[in-house]
Write a protein that binds this ligand. Structure first.
Ligand code: FA5
Length: 361
């Protein structure tokens, strides 16, 4: 005979409470709802509490079985409430972060980006590229030389021996090993002649250095473009033609220039080609030292001694050379009144300059 005093029914009730508890907990949307579930199941008048209280009416043998099942369910419910509470706390925290009134706004992929300011080509680089293009069109090759130069290439081969007064005009920075920061791009004339021989048409853009006082038109670091054409019948007429062709290409129209005699130990005869100041239109300003003219292209016919130093026979070949002040050309072209802007790193001064079209004077 069975001694079932209702224990199997109570076990069924325990399982029914477990199923109900699972459903209720999954449906809870917040802490308050979860607490209500806890009270409904485990509170003083809760369903599981009622089962536990009713155990006293069961037979001894059933009480233990039902007790174990009911206590296991109690443990399960408490654990389930704990994990559901953790889930609810996490989503509440995420909701607060995304709420318009607290924390950063939620990420919206449809909003326009904040954008990054686009960089631009430095005006000196833009001008160098333009000049290279112009000379390439006239059959000149573009060559490069070292910024740290030997005394031979920077001075001696250019007809400026150690005691020559012309050295005073190009004071520079010397290394212990006798090399110097080149004062001009002219040493590349010598290097190119030694390497390629004559006939030759070349330009050599590059950085130069001088130890001198800085003002609106003088920097200790600036750019030049050296140019040279050596062939069997090159004359001053060729020099003038090439200079005018280059400047009118750069400025997009005929520019006002003047030639005056100039002295450089490595050319004979030597000239200074000046351009009417585009900053003041020739009225006089700090950039042109109030003269209305900016010294732009010193030039001349290559001195026979330079050809000799470079292994070229001056009886067979002649040529012209020039040293264009590239930084000053960029100043004129982009109407930048102070050379110090170029090395200042001030983006307000440089932004967009290099991508603008060069201005006619
Ligand atoms: C020379 O440097 C010669 N090597 C040029 C040359 C080459 C003459 C070939 C004949 C034949 P000069 O010292 O004048 O010359 O400089 C040439 C140009 O460089 C100047 O006209 C000027 O535009 C620019 N320049 C010179 N010094 C500075 C400086 N401190 N800051 C900015 N630009 C400078």
């Amino acid at each position: 005979m069975s001694d079932d005093t209702g224990g199997s029914k109570v076990l069924e009730a325990v399982e029914a409470v477990r199923a109900k508890a699972r459903g209720l907990m999954e449906a809870t949307a917040d802490r308050k709802a979860l607490d209500d579930v806890r009270v409904a199941l485990l509170g003083r008048k809760g369903e599981l509490t009622a089962i536990l209280k009713g155990m006293k009416d069961l037979a001894e043998s059933e009480r233990r079985k039902v007790g174990e099942a009911a206590n296991a369910l109690k443990g399960w419910i408490e654990e389930a409430i704990g994990s559901r509470l953790a889930e609810l706390s996490r989503s509440e925290a995420e909701g607060a972060a995304g709420a318009p009134s607290g924390g950063p706004a939620p990420f919206d992929v449809t909003l326009p980006g904040t954008g990054r300011p686009a960089g631009s080509i430095h005006p000196v680089t833009a001008m160098r590229r333009k000049v290279e293009g112009i000379f390439a069109g006239m059959g000149f090759m573009v060559v490069d030389g070292p910024e740290l130069e030997s005394e031979f290439h920077n001075f001696v081969a250019l007809n400026i021996p150690e005691t020559h007064p012309a050295r005073d005009m190009q004071d520079t920075f010397w290394c212990d090993d006798g090399q110097c920061l080149r004062t001009h791009t002219s040493p590349v004339q010598v290097r190119a002649l030694i390497r390629y021989g004559a006939p030759i048409r070349m330009i050599a853009p590059g950085r130069c250095f001088r130890n001198e006082s800085i003002d609106a038109s003088h920097e200790n670091t600036f750019f030049q473009v050296e140019g040279m054409m050596v062939d069997s019948e090159v004359s001053v007429a060729n020099l003038i033609h090439v200079m005018k062709a280059m400047l009118s290409e750069v400025f997009g129209m005929d520019v006002d220039v003047r030639l005056r005699p100039g002295y450089f130990p490595f050319v004979e005869p030597g000239f200074e080609l000046d351009m009417r100041c585009s900053i003041c239109g020739g009225q006089g300003c700090p950039t042109c030292k109030r003269s209305g003219w900016v010294e732009l292209v010193p030039c001349g016919m290559v001195h026979p001694n330079v050809l000799r130093h470079s292994g070229v026979d001056p009886d067979r070949f002649s040529g012209f050379a020039f040293g264009l002040g590239l930084t000053r050309l960029a100043m004129m072209s982009y109407r930048i009144g102070d050379i110090r802007v170029f090395n200042s790193g001030d983006l307000r001064a440089l932004a967009g300059l290099g991508s603008a079209s060069p201005q006619a004077v």
